[in-house]
Ligand binder design. Structure first.
Ligand code: HEM
Length: 403
């Protein structure tokens, strides 16, 4: 295998999930990669190619014929229950499930969910009124999508503490320690699979009433090929949707408020003109696109002049794509008046995020309610935020002063 010349010696051993410099601030290294090594080769994690320019990331995401979703992490994680539905499937099988699932997350469905989302946001903020400070992640950004998705799925409200404890253990702890995170994620997944399997079996016993959420709708649904859906695949779908919907939304919300709490000018503008929030969020998602996804090369191809061979792994850095100076003017500035250009925060191509409408609504409502309740929030200078970059760029702790 030919290794392209790359002037930075740190690239050949780069572990994308745990590198301390990336955790602290990934953007200087992303900039160097875009400039000097658009197709970078690391021998860490079993070896993979790393792509950092917008155009190359987009080409990979749009080419499901050459790049399979069978591998979303390097080194690959084989799940004992098989490929996750729909995210780890490839066309044409993938499209059948996507068609089935997309209808539950349509703009029309999401509009109906907005009042309940606002209610959750207000309930979470109510105890913080009159207080001098709050820890934004634990008190708001993490529980908000959690409670909204419990409503979407139609889960018993009493299961909140149990589900939340698995999420805390499995998805958010140990984000900079790959082995620990993988173990914890695996344990949480086993518990979630058992939880949803039992719930689905229970709900399938009586399908006579009105469905009370996604779980009830799925047990009544049929596969687009006309056959009934089996308990195994229903369980797999529920756990995949559940996991995909929580920490992603929490991290985008946390990251956005990290920046707004540091820029009173931007915060005040959105407080005065809440109708700008939806567009401002798009700019914040460009500025900090959180997900890095891997792919398995299944047909020989070429990206950024680099031949790629069947069996190799690639990682796309959407966080770097959002800062690509070839695509965006002054990419390191947050500019709410920037002419709209698509970011890759929700992916691209056939695997584009199914939940983007839900996520956008949750994020907008969250900021509207935060700004209404605490218009003067700002970062606590004595307690800097804890941030990480791995599979996702996220925030684990964000202390805000409220008055
Ligand atoms: C701000 C929050 C979110 C972000 C940043 C995000 C990001 C992404 C990205 C980048 C992908 C593409 C993955 C790939 O190409 O391999 C994706 C796919 C997906 N997302 Fe999201 N997501 C968010 C919220 C949600 C929510 C709320 C749901 C709940 C339904 C969800 C469900 C999914 C599913 C099922 C897929 C797989 C789609 C497919 O394979 O066709 N996401 N998401």
């Amino acid at each position: 295998m030919s290794t392209p010349s790359c002037p930075m010696d740190w690239v050949s051993g780069l572990d994308i999930w745990t590198d301390p410099e990336l955790h602290a601030d990934p953007y200087p290294r992303y900039g160097k990669l875009r400039e000097a090594c658009p197709a970078a080769r690391s021998e860490a994690l079993g070896g993979y190619w790393l792509f950092s320019r917008y155009e190359d990331v987009l080409s990979i995401l749009q080419d499901a014929g050459s790049f399979s979703n069978e591998v979303l992490f390097v080194p690959p994680i084989k799940d004992p229950t098989g490929r996750r539905i729909p995210i780890e499937l490839d066309p044409p099988e993938h499209g059948q499930y996507k068609k089935l699932l997309a209808r539950y997350f349509s703009p029309q469905r999401v509009r109906a969910l907005e009042p309940a989302t606002r209610e959750v946001a207000r309930e979470l903020l109510a105890p913080t009124r009159g207080r001098p400070s709050m820890e934004f992640m634990a008190e708001f950004a993490v529980p908000l999508p959690f409670r909204v998705m419990m409503k979407v799925f139609g889960l018993p409200a009493g299961d909140f503490a149990l589900l939340k404890s698995w999420d805390d253990a499995g998805l958010r702890e140990g984000t900079s320690d790959l082995a620990l995170r993988r173990e914890a994620t695996k344990a949480a997944r086993v518990r979630l699979l058992a939880y949803f399997r039992e719930l689905l079996a229970d709900r399938a016993r009586d399908t006579s009433g009105e469905p009370a959420g996604l779980v009830d709708e799925l047990v009544r649904a049929a596969h687009p090929a006309g056959r009934p859906l089996e308990l195994d695949e229903l369980t797999n779908i529920c756990v995949t949707l559940w996991n995909a919907s929580l920490h992603t939304t929490a991290n985008v919300l946390g990251n956005s408020v990290v920046h707004l709490s540091d820029r009173p000018d931007l915060r005040d503008r959105l407080t005065a003109e809440p109708e700008l929030i939806a567009d401002a969020l798009e700019e914040l998602m460009r500025y900090e696109s959180i997900v890095a996804q891997a792919r398995l090369v299944v047909a020989d191809t070429e990206i950024a002049g680099q031949p790629l061979h069947k069996g190799e792994f690639v990682v796309t850095l959407t966080g770097s794509a959002g800062r690509d100076e070839r695509q965006f003017d002054r990419p390191d500035e947050i500019d709410f008046d920037r002419p709209a250009k698509p970011h890759l925060m929700f992916g691209a191509g056939v695997h584009r995020c199914i939940g983007s409408h839900v996520a956008r609504m949750e994020l907008r409502v969250a900021l509207e309610e935060l700004h209404r309740t605490h218009p003067g929030y700002r970062r606590d200078p004595a307690r800097p935020p804890h941030r990480h970059t791995g599979l996702e760029r996220g925030t684990t702790e964000l202390h805000l002063l409220l008055s």
